[in-house]
Design a protein around this ligand. Structure first.
Ligand code: CAA
Ligand code: NAI
Length: 247
């Protein structure tokens, strides 16, 4: 028996990076994966790539920052597949700048996607999960939200807030049969870290007990655990997947 057999999973930001790896991992474990992403070109290409490997998936374009767009996504999934077993709030962006230079727009853009987007998606799937009497909600935080990071006022604020929201929702929703957890990745090899100066990355690696950055599959495997029945008694947890940098 596959670990997510016949489950319907929405993964936001699944056209690229960690989310795409998670889409592939979930589908290999038997899930029907909705690749929910803003980037239509990449989303369609990722859908094609997975379908070519006989992995069940469906790309639906969404902007998590816009409530109406999220409502349409959820409506299409419920009409098309009849249920939502798993939501992974993985979509995220960076707009890095030192506090002295950060613009109001840079602050707002990151809060809108990384924080308000998680609120939108979680609230939108709630009626379906409550009616089912079960569900799994996983949101992606970051080590930046726990110990801060130079140039990431906006991002660290959103990622710290995700941990607070996760714990709140874990308390509110446990009695409805819904598990709510977060994953806290360290720096991971995706396009998101490409803009980080090499000097910063090298310094970072020296501080990580495992001496390497995370790989998308390291994070996807944590999502898989929190999405599967194996984690049924795990609730309100922030699972660090960071090579030990946060000890
Ligand atoms: N630690 C300590 N000091 C740092 C630093 C760091 N990591 N990064 C920069 N500084 C210092 C610089 O040495 C410099 O000091 P001086 O003024 O004394 O010379 C000062 O801060 C300003 O740095 P810059 O000259 O680089 O300033 P800038 O305005 O050109 O750029 C920046 C600022 C955009 C923040 C740039 O430094 C940068 O991109 N840094 C990397 C930010 C980062 O780590 N982002 C993570 C992206 S990946 C991700 O977000 C995933 C995740 O969840 C972790
Ligand atoms: P990525 O940039 O490779 O992928 C992010 C995806 O989110 C993209 O496909 C993008 O189109 C999508 N997206 C952006 N805005 C969106 C919106 N408004 N609506 C819908 N989709 C949108 O990034 P990566 O690295 O795969 O990041 C995934 C998650 O992991 C993010 O939440 C990120 O903050 C988090 N994270 C990443 C780390 C890293 O070092 N790569 C470390 C810690 C956390």
């Amino acid at each position: 028996m596959k670990r997510l057999q016949d489950k319907v999973a929405i993964i936001t930001g699944a056209a690229n990076g960690i989310g795409l790896e998670a889409a592939s991992t979930f589908a290999r474990e038997g899930a029907m994966v909705v690749i929910a992403d803003f980037n239509e070109e990449k989303g369609l290409a990722s859908e094609k790539e997975l379908l070519a490997k006989d992995l069940t998936c469906h790309f639906i374009q969404v902007n998590v920052a816009e409530r109406a767009s999220v409502d349409q996504l959820v409506d299409r999934v419920v009409r098309g597949y009849g249920k939502i077993d798993i939501l992974v709030n993985n979509a995220g962006i960076t707009r890095d700048a030192m506090l002295s230079k950060m613009t109001e727009l840079q602050f707002k853009q990151v809060i809108d996607v990384n924080l308000t987007g998680v609120f939108h998606c979680t609230q939108a799937v709630l009626p379906t999960m409550i009616a089912q009497g079960k569900g799994k909600i996983i949101s992606t935080s970051s080590v930046s939200g726990v110990y801060g990071n130079v140039g990431q006022t906006n991002y660290a604020a959103a990622k710290a807030a995700i941990i607070g929201m996760t714990k709140t929702w874990a308390k509110e929703l446990a009695r409805k049969g819904i598990n709510v957890n977060a994953v806290v990745p360290g720096f991971t090899e995706t396009s998101m870290v490409e803009a980080v100066p090499d000097k910063v990355i090298e310094k970072m690696k020296e501080q990580i007990p495992m001496q390497r950055l995370g790989r998308p599959e390291d994070i996807a495997n944590a999502y898989l655990f929190l999405a599967s029945a194996e984690s049924d008694y795990v609730n309100g947890h922030a699972l660090h997947v960071d090579g030990g940098i946060m000890m």
